[in-house]
Ligand binder design. Structure first.
Ligand SMILES: NC(=O)c1ccc[n+]([C@@H]2O[C@H](COP(=O)([O-])OP(=O)(O)OC[C@H]3O[C@@H](n4cnc5c(N)ncnc54)[C@H](OP(=O)(O)O)[C@@H]3O)[C@@H](O)[C@H]2O)c1
Length: 274
């Protein structure tokens, strides 16, 4: 679908670098169809060497002639870069933004353009092709544009389309979620260490346990509660651990964490809009 598309990636740092890697490796577009920008010429030379993409330090030149423009600078740089690109981006170009907390309406307004804008909330596992990305279409983006954005993010993991009103919630769940799981892995590791397993081994066992459980949920499509019940032997080890987790409120604490991160994401979005 994107084979003949020229893609400009503005702000080719960690997240955009992951996307470039995914698009090139999956042959979504030929490497030469991608032009990546950032200010550091050394970092651009490295991107060019690694992926064979074209590079530029000139954002305006990079977007000229691109069918898709991916905006991936940090939110605090957004105003400056959007101002710079206003008047250069045309209504027939698809803008895809990964900038957290900046709405499609705010992007269109700052770019002074009424073309299609798709917003995405990816997460850092995109770096290892195991990302979870929520995407939403702005007022002028239709199914075609959403499908193009989906193809971009599918090259680095799973994609789910949501209404824009749910993007703060996606930030609270999958956008910030890897952090919660790192804490779980660290805590499980400490549990193993406490009970006598060497730290390096405990860390591997903990991470692989999280990975394996997630893989089983995704690949079988079975409800996690059923998978849990199946391995909970009467009078066994797991049910004793479950009792502790329930009595200390594991589920409520994770729900509260998603709510807190969602609310903060909404607050930050408002700050940008002001
Ligand atoms: N990391 C995540 O988990 C995650 C998740 C969801 C969304 N996001 C979003 O992804 C975006 C990027 O995050 P990141 O972690 O990838 O940050 P990052 O590594 O700092 O990438 C941003 C890049 O923008 C470049 N840049 C700064 N000013 C520029 C300018 N005027 N023109 C062109 N490029 C410029 C910077 O490179 P130079 O200094 O060389 O210019 C930098 O490499 C953010 O908006 C964030 O909200 C990130």
């Amino acid at each position: 679908m994107l084979k003949n598309e020229k893609i400009a990636v503005i702000g080719a740092g960690h997240m955009a670098g992951a996307l470039i890697g995914g698009m090139v490796r999956s042959k979504l577009v030929p490497a030469k169809s991608i032009v990546a920008t950032r200010r550091s010429p050394e970092a651009l030379a490295e991107l060019q060497r690694r992926w064979g993409v074209r590079t530029s330090t000139d954002n305006r030149k990079a977007v000229a002639g691109a069918g898709i423009v991916i905006l991936a600078v940090k939110p605090q740089m957004a105003k400056k870069v959007l101002e710079e690109l206003a008047g250069t981006i045309r209504g027939n170009q698809l803008v895809i933004s990964v900038m957290a907390g900046i709405t499609t309406a705010a992007i269109s307004k700052a770019l002074r353009v009424d073309g299609p804008v798709v917003r995405a909330m990816p997460n850092t596992p995109c770096l290892v092709d195991a990302g979870a990305t929520a995407i939403c279409a702005g007022a002028r983006a239709g199914d075609r544009e959403l499908a193009k954005a989906e193809a971009v993010f599918r090259s680095v993991g799973l994609v789910a389309a949501l209404p824009e009103s749910a993007l703060d919630a996606a930030t609270g769940l999958s956008g910030s979620g890897p952090v919660y799981i790192y804490m779980v892995i660290e805590a499980l590791t400490d549990g193993g260490v406490k009970m006598g397993i060497p730290r390096a081994v405990a860390a591997k066992l903990a991470a692989q346990t999280v990975y394996g459980a997630a893989k089983l949920v995704l690949e079988t499509g079975r409800h996690p509660a059923i998978l849990k019940d199946e391995v909970t032997t009467p009078g066994g080890t797991a049910i004793n651990a479950i009792h502790v987790l329930e009595s200390r409120g594991l589920r409520s604490v994770l729900i509260d964490a998603v709510v807190a991160a969602t609310n903060r994401s909404a607050e930050l979005s408002k700050l940008f809009a002001e």
